[in-house]
Ligand binder design. Structure first.
Ligand code: GTP
Length: 595
C-alpha cells in the first residue's frame, strides 16, 4: 500500500488538465503508440468535440522510480463551474492534487474554488505552473500569485508544459515524494466509497470505488449500505485504459465492481460497499447531496417515447448523480419530466447525451430556478416550474435564490463588469486586489438572472479576461410576476416564465420579437402575445405563407421532389405541434437568445 498514490488534477477550465494527463500517461507508458491520441481520458465524443472535460475519469499508471514500482491512480476532473460536483467527488478519492495554473492566464476563479475543496479534504497540493512554452507566459508573476494563494515556497512550484513535455518527470517524482500513501487497514472490515457509476448494456451497472479499509475479492458477497441489498462481486478490478479484472482489490486501491445490478436506483454515488459477513460498523461520510440550480422540462417529441425517456434519464443519472427528474405534464407538450441541472451547460450536455447515447428526440423548455412561494395561510412551497405557481390571489410573497459570486479580472474591466452585475440586480459586497492589477469582485446576484446569459456576457465584455465562480447563498423576497406567452390566443404553458416586475414589459416585448424570428411562417397568421394575468403586455404577428416546397421542381424530377419532401420531414423532427401551430425547439429556448 505504501507504493500507491491517488491523486487528481484540478484547475480552472482550459488551463491544461487533460493535456497534462495525456503526458503522464505517455511518460509512464500507460498508453503507447497507436492508442495515444489527444485527450485520451476524455472518452465521450461530446468531450472531444467541445474540447472540455465533463466527467471525471480514473486511470491507473505504473511508474518505476528509484528502483521501485509505484501505482499512480489519476483522476482527471472537469474545470467548468457546472461540473464542480464531479470535482468534489474525485477529490474524496485522493490524497493529493496537482493544482494547475496557466502561466499566461494566472489564477482564476475555479483555481481558487477547486483549491479550497482540495484543502477541505486535506489533500497534499502540488502547484504546477503550466504552459510555460507560451510566448505570453508570465512565469514569475504567476508564481508570485501562487505563492500568495498557497503560502508555499517558490521551489515547490513545478514549471511545466503539458504540450511540450517539460516538467513531466518532475511532476511524477513529486507525486511519489510528496503525496502521502493511502492510509487504512487491509485486514479491517471492508469500507469502499462509491464515487461514480455507469450503466453498461451488457454488464449492468459498474460502480467505481475507492477502498478505505479492507479487501474485496472476486466472488465475495457484498452489500450496499444505502439500500442494504446484497450482491455477488462477479467481477472486481482496477481502471486502466480499459477495465482490468483482478482477483483481489485492496485498501487504497481505486477500482470497479460489477455485480449484476440492473436498476439504477440500487447504486448511489457516495454510498459505502461492505461485506455481508463482517460488515463495517458505519458508512463513510458520503458526499453532500448536490442541489440542482436550474430546472427545465424535457419532453419526448413523440409522446409514446415517454417511458423510454424515463429509462434513459435513469441511466444517465447513474453516470451523473447531479441530474434530477420527476414526471410532469404540460398542456402544450404532453407528458415529460422536470429535470434539475447544475447550470445551463449541464442542461445542454444532458440534452445532447440523451440524443447521442440514447437516441431520444427531446424538446427542452425554458430553464428557470426554484422559487419559495409563501401562501397567505403561512405555508411555503418550493416551485420548480412557473406553471406550478398557485393562483396569484393565494400568494403572500415569493422568494428567489441568490448566489454569492466571485469575479476575478484585471482593473481594466471593472467598469463594464459592474454595470453588467447592476443590470442583473446584483449587490456589490467587496472589491479586493489579489496581486498586481488583478481584482476579485464579490457580488450577491439573483440566480435567475445569471443562469440565462451572464457567463457569455461576462466573457465578451472582458474579452475573456474575467473568470467567475459562485455558490448558492440564500433566498430573498422578490417582486416577480408570471409572464405567459399566447400563440393565437392559447397560452403555451411551456413558454411561461417568472420575471421581475420592473423588467416585465421590456422582457415581454423582446420575447415576442424573438419568437417571431424563431417560429417559421405557417399557412395562417400567428399572433404571439405576452401577458401578465389577463393583461397583454406585448404582441407580434407572424404573417401566413403558402409553402409548397415542391413548387420549384420541374414536372418529372421525382427524386429531387422526394429529397425535398424528406428534407421538410427532417425539419419537422425538432418541432412540436402546439394547438395548430408548429413550434420548433429553438423557440422553447428563445429566452436564452434574447439580445
Ligand atoms: N501552449 C500550450 N498549450 C497548452 C498546454 N497545455 C494545454 N494547452 C492547450 O490549452 C487548451 C486546453 O487544454 P485542455 O488540456 O483541454 O484543458 P483542460 O484544463 O483539460 O480543460 P477542461 O477539461 O475543459 O477544463 C488546449 O487547446 C490545449 O492544446 C501547454 O502546456 N502549452
Amino acid at each position: 500500500m505504501n507504493k500507491i498514490r491517488n491523486f487528481c488534477i484540478i484547475a480552472h477550465i482550459d488551463h491544461g488538465k487533460s493535456t497534462l494527463a495525456d503526458r503522464l500517461l505517455e511518460y509512464t507508458k500507460t498508453v503507447e503508440g497507436k492508442d495515444m491520441q489527444a485527450q485520451v481520458l476524455d472518452n465521450m465524443d461530446l468531450e472531444r468535440e467541445r474540447g472540455i472535460t465533463i466527467k471525471s475519469h480514473a486511470i491507473q499508471m505504473q511508474y518505476l522510480y528509484n528502483g521501485e514500482t509505484y501505482i499512480l491512480n489519476l483522476i482527471d476532473t472537469p474545470g467548468h463551474v457546472d461540473f464542480s460536483y464531479e470535482v468534489s467527488r474525485s477529490i474524496a478519492a485522493c490524497e493529493g492534487a496537482l493544482l494547475i495554473v496557466d502561466a499566461a492566464q494566472g489564477i482564476q476563479a475555479q483555481t481558487i474554488s477547486n483549491l479550497y475543496m482540495a484543502i477541505d479534504n486535506d489533500l497534499e497540493i502540488i502547484p504546477i505552473l503550466n504552459k510555460i512554452d507560451l510566448p505570453s507566459a508570465m512565469p514569475d508573476e504567476v508564481e508570485d500569485q501562487i505563492i500568495e494563494l498557497l503560502g508555499c515556497k517558490r521551489e515547490e512550484i513545478i514549471r511545466a508544459s503539458g504540450k511540450m513535455g517539460q516538467g513531466v518527470y518532475d511532476i511524477l517524482a513529486a507525486i511519489i515524494e510528496r503525496v502521502p500513501a493511502p492510509k487504512g487497514d487491509p485486514e479491517a472490515p471492508l469500507q469502499a466509497l462509491i464515487f461514480d457509476s455507469v450503466f453498461n448494456s451488457f454488464r449492468g451497472i459498474i460502480a467505481y470505488f475507492k477502498i478505505l479499509n479492507g479487501t474485496i475479492r472476486k466472488g465475495d458477497l457484498v452489500k450496499f449500505f444505502a439500500t442494504e441489498k446484497e450482491y455477488n462481486a462477479d467481477e472486481v478490478g482496477v481502471l486502466k485504459l480499459t477495465m482490468s479484472p483482478r482477483d483481489v482489490v485492496t485498501c487504497g486501491d481505486v477500482g470497479y465492481i460489477i455485480s449484476g445490478i440492473k436498476t439504477s436506483k440500487e447504486v448511489k454515488v457516495g454510498d459505502t460497499i461492505t461485506h455481508v459477513k463482517n460488515p463495517c460498523e458505519k458508512a463513510i461520510d458520503g458526499f453532500e447531496e448536490v442541489k440542482p440550480m436550474v430546472f427545465a422540462g424535457v419532453y419526448p417529441i413523440e409522446s409514446e417515447d415517454f417511458e423510454d425517456l424515463r429509462a434513459s434519464l435513469e441511466k444517465l443519472q447513474l453516470n451523473d448523480a447531479s441530474l434530477t427528474f420527476q414526471p410532469e405534464s404540460s398542456i402544450a407538450l404532453g407528458f415529460g419530466f422536470r429535470c434539475g441541472f447544475l447550470g445551463l451547460l449541464h442542461m445542454e450536455i444532458i440534452q445532447e447525451r440523451l440524443e447521442r447515447e440514447f437516441n431520444m428526440d427531446v424538446i427542452t423548455t425554458v430553464p428557470n430556478v426554484s422559487y419559495l412561494v409563501y401562501d397567505k395561510k403561512g405555508g411555503v412551497k418550493e416551485v420548480h416550474n412557473p406553471s406550478g405557481l398557485p393562483d396569484p390571489t393565494l400568494i403572500d410573497y415569493i422568494e428567489e435564490p441568490y448566489i454569492r459570486a466571485s469575479v476575478i479580472t484585471s482593473t481594466a474591466y471593472i467598469g463594464p463588469i459592474m454595470s453588467l452585475c447592476l443590470g442583473k440586480r446584483g449587490i456589490l459586497l467587496k472589491q479586493e486586489y489579489i496581486s498586481g492589477d488583478r481584482v476579485e469582485i464579490t457580488y450577491d446576484l439573483p440566480l435567475g438572472e445569471i443562469v440565462i446569459d451572464f457567463y457569455d456576457k461576462l466573457k465578451s465584455i472582458s474579452k475573456g479576461y474575467a473568470s467567475f465562480d459562485y455558490q448558492m447563498h440564500d433566498y430573498r423576497e422578490a417582486r416577480l410576476a408570471k409572464m405567459d406567452i399566447l400563440l393565437n390566443g392559447e397560452p403555451v404553458d411551456a413558454l411561461s416564465t417568472l420575471t421581475h416586475v420592473d423588467n416585465a414589459v421590456n422582457f415581454g416585448r423582446r420575447m415576442c420579437e424573438k419568437l417571431k424570428e424563431l417560429i417559421p411562417r405557417q399557412q395562417f397568421d400567428i399572433a404571439i402575445q405576452a401577458a401578465i394575468g389577463a393583461k397583454i403586455i406585448a404582441r407580434e404577428t407572424i404573417k401566413a405563407v403558402r409553402k409548397d416546397v415542391t413548387a420549384k421542381c420541374y414536372g418529372g424530377d421525382i427524386s429531387r421532389k422526394r429529397k425535398l419532401l424528406e428534407k421538410q420531414k427532417e425539419g419537422k423532427k425538432r418541432m412540436k405541434q402546439v394547438g395548430n401551430v408548429e413550434v420548433p425547439q429553438k423557440a422553447f429556448l428563445a429566452v436564452l437568445k434574447l439580445d
